[in-house]
Design a protein around this ligand. Structure first.
Ligand SMILES: Cc1cc2nc3c(=O)[nH]c(=O)nc-3n(C[C@H](O)[C@H](O)[C@H](O)COP(=O)(O)OP(=O)(O)OC[C@H]3O[C@@H](n4cnc5c(N)ncnc54)[C@H](O)[C@@H]3O)c2cc1C
Length: 430
């Protein structure tokens, strides 16, 4: 009999699991349930809906026809409501057809992703308050931007900055309000200052050291109170982080880790043996410390999804260590953040110092030609555990070398020996 693999969630983790399962088992019946009504899209391209006033995102992860060619059945608009673990049945609901559905499985992958975190303050349910996570969110924000004069974006992670830039380009007066600093989790404080200057040069106001306290207005949002300051606004967009979507996991008694995400082992197996979990709903093992962390980024979701899918199809695959890698272009600056920042190292009690490589390398011709800000995080014995680059061009050129340096556990001195001659050669051509 053919193996039945059911996957709950049809984004990066879920689809990578499906494709990887197909690679292992050519005959399995693979079904992906996605409660979203749209074909799977990249969340990182959602901002194009707002900036380009488009109605469909720029990048689909995979088109339905590509999935069909792999004999992967993607059921859009189908929400898994419960799992009968004893009889191995997923109970679901076809949202638009209003029908109850059942799916038998031999192995199951939970790839239910994450949900936006919104502070529980008065007024968050008012008309004109948004989060920025789904295609529907992006379409609503884009529609609203046609009339909006002023928007407050609460939070200054990559998503918050992306939406702020897109709205500013459409002529909306944007204020970014943040409790601490720009990209606190991703970059060192000096880079936050640099980015803040850049953002303000582009006409976006940044207020730091404030928390949202109350949102007010008659029929819809008219103002927001940020600590002591009350400012008028037509919309508020929360980009204040995410939490793992563990509703179903809790319902069926899966154990959660200390981070609040689903506890898994290196095979992405949960505490119920035939159920795997991957992506934003699950924990990930840190490559440096081996500790289980919560790292809700696309590259991690893909890596975990691949392992979960292979194992669900009967293979023996493992995720041994995760090195986070994120890249984006915001307000005309390329930003790369890899491995640990001092913020994440502090959380794990790892001692580390941030070294300003760009000021050490001021005389290097390549950097003179193409200025970049490069920070490297090193442990007391010199090992590189994280790196960040902000530049106008070529940030991704550094990314590969820095990622390899972290992966190969080399020291800063070793990196400098290898890298400087290479950059000198590159200066002649780039
Ligand atoms: C605006 C934005 C920009 C981003 N940019 C980047 C970037 O540049 N680089 C990067 O690495 N990461 C980025 N991320 C993060 C990245 O998108 C996520 O880490 C990634 O999408 C996680 O994939 P996932 O499959 O685990 O979860 P999700 O993408 O959250 O997908 C889970 C899916 O499961 C569905 N689902 C949940 N419960 C059920 C159920 N019961 N039944 C059926 N379906 C269900 C959900 O509707 C959802 O479609 C960004 C995120 C956002 C919001």
């Amino acid at each position: 009999m053919r193996r039945r693999i059911v996957i709950i969630g049809g984004n990066i983790a879920g689809l990578t699991a499906a494709i990887s399962a197909r690679e292992v088992d050519k005959h399995a019946e693979i079904t992906v349930l996605s409660r979203e009504a749209y074909p799977p899209y990249r969340r990182s391209s959602l901002v194009s809906i707002i900036s380009a006033e488009a109605t469909t995102p720029k990048d689909l992860i995979m088109s339905p026809s590509q999935l069909r060619s792999l004999r992967i059945r993607l059921l859009q608009g189908v929400e898994a409501l419960d799992i009968d673990c004893h009889n191995r049945i997923v109970k679901a609901r076809g949202i638009s057809m209003r029908r109850d559905l059942s799916f038998y499985y031999d192995s199951l992958v939970l790839a239910s992703g994450s949900l936006s975190l919104v502070p529980p303050i008065e007024g968050v349910k008012k008309k004109g308050v948004f989060t920025f996570r789904t295609l529907e969110d992006a379409l609503r924000i884009s529609q609203e931007a046609k009339l909006a004069k002023k928007v407050v974006v609460v939070g200054a992670g990559l998503g918050g900055l992306e939406v702020a830039e897109a709205l500013a380009k459409r002529g909306v007066k944007v204020t970014i309000a943040v409790r601490s600093r720009i990209l606190r989790k991703l970059v060192e404080p000096n880079l936050s200052v640099h980015l803040r200057e850049r953002i303000e040069q582009k006409g976006v106001k940044v207020i730091t050291g404030v928390s949202p306290e109350k949102i007010g207005g008659e029929k819809k949002v008219e103002w927001i109170k940020l600590s002591k300051e009350k400012i008028s606004t037509s919309n508020v967009i929360f980009s204040t982080g995410v939490k793992p979507n563990v509703e179903l996991a809790k319902k069926i008694g899966l154990e959660l880790g200390e981070t609040g995400a689903i506890k898994v082992d290196y095979r992405m197996q949960t505490t119920i043996s035939e159920i795997y979990a991957a992506g934003d709903c699950a924990e990930a093992p840190d490559a440096l410390t081996g500790k289980w962390m919560y790292v809700p980024v696309g590259s991690v979701a893909a890596k975990e999804g691949a392992v979960a899918g292979k194992n669900a199809a009967g293979d023996e695959a493992e995720v041994r260590g995760i090195i986070r890698a994120q890249a984006d272009t915001i307000f005309g600056k390329e930003i790369v953040s890899i491995g640990h920042s001092s913020e994440s190292a502090r959380k794990l009690n790892v001692k580390a110092n941030a070294v300003n490589l760009s000021s050490m390398w001021r005389s290097l011709r390549f950097l003179q030609k193409h200025p970049a800000k490069i920070m490297v995080l090193i442990t007391p014995n010199g090992r590189i555990i994280g790196a960040q680059v902000i530049s106008h061009r070529f940030a991704s050129l550094y990314a590969y070398t820095l990622f390899s340096a972290i992966q190969q556990k080399i020291t800063l001195d070793e990196l400098l020996d290898k890298w400087q001659p290479w950059l000198n050669i590159l200066a002649k051509y780039a």
